[in-house]
Structure formats: C-alpha cells, structure tokens
Design a protein. Structure first.
Length: 150
C-alpha cells in the first residue's frame, strides 16, 4: 500500500512528494530524483521490490536517479538480490552507507550483479556522501543542458 503526502522543500521552495511503502519511506526530491530510506531490520523481499517498482512505474518521468540512503541496517532475501536495481526507469543509482559492514553488504550484492553493468556508485555518508551522491545523480541525468529523456 502506498500513502502519499506533500512537504515543502525549504531550501528551494520545490514540493517534495513523500510516499510510505510497507517497508520504506520514498521521497521524490525532484521530478527526476528519488530518495529511498528502508526501515530498520527489514529483510527486503521480491514483493517489496515489486511494490517499489510499481511506485516508479507511476512516475510520469521516463528516467529517474535513485538515492538509497542506508541509514538503517537491513538485508535482502537471496532472490531479491537478483531483482534489485532492475526497473527500466532507473538510469543512475547512488548508495550512501554509514558503516563498513553496510559497505561490504553493498559490494557483495554488486559482485552478484556484475554482469548487469549497473550505473551505480557508492558513497560514504560519514564523508558528506549524501550531498556527493545527489550531485553525482544530477550529473548522470543531466545531458546537453536538459535532463536525460532518451
């Protein structure tokens, strides 16, 4: 089930759209950028990925940058690891981590998905990673003076 509410983004006056999924908070930072914060202790299943994918499919924009802010500890079912980051609208994915254990978990999944050649980059949240990840996503989506809309 998806619940939606709007907040004002104070720094630039843009409207943020927040969605509550069964396992995470999703915020559309802009028309093209989505932040994901998964709840603490969750084991992400294929059904949860499908729930998130349904939300992405409902976006009117053809391409999105995804910022996964791993402020909580959580894991993935074995099957879910092969479905992560596969939605056709995901053009760039930034993962922000806050512990060496979390970084290792990310690297383990990336090793499983090596053949997929995901446009994904990881950032340390302890070294201004959230802002760096946002800047990188904007750079990845911004081509020839306009957002990527191939």
């Amino acid at each position: 089930m998806i619940k939606e509410h709007n907040d004002k983004f104070l720094t630039c006056g843009a409207t943020l759209k927040n969605h509550r999924l069964s396992f995470a908070n999703i915020t559309f930072i802009s028309d093209h950028l989505v932040e994901v914060i998964v709840d603490k202790g969750i084991v992400i299943s294929i059904e949860m990925i499908e729930e998130f994918d349904a939300l992405l499919s409902s976006s009117e924009h053809p391409y999105l940058g995804i910022l996964i802010n791993r402020i909580h500890s959580y894991s993935y079912s074995f099957e879910a690891q092969f479905c992560l980051y596969s939605h056709h609208k995901m053009k760039a994915i930034a993962l922000v981590y806050y512990s060496s254990q979390c970084r290792q978990s990310i690297e383990d999944i990336l090793a499983l998905r090596f053949m997929d050649k995901l446009n994904l980059k990881i950032f340390s949240g302890l070294e201004l990673g959230w802002q760096q990840s946002l800047d990188w996503l904007q750079q990845e989506l911004y081509i020839d003076g306009d957002f990527f809309n191939e």
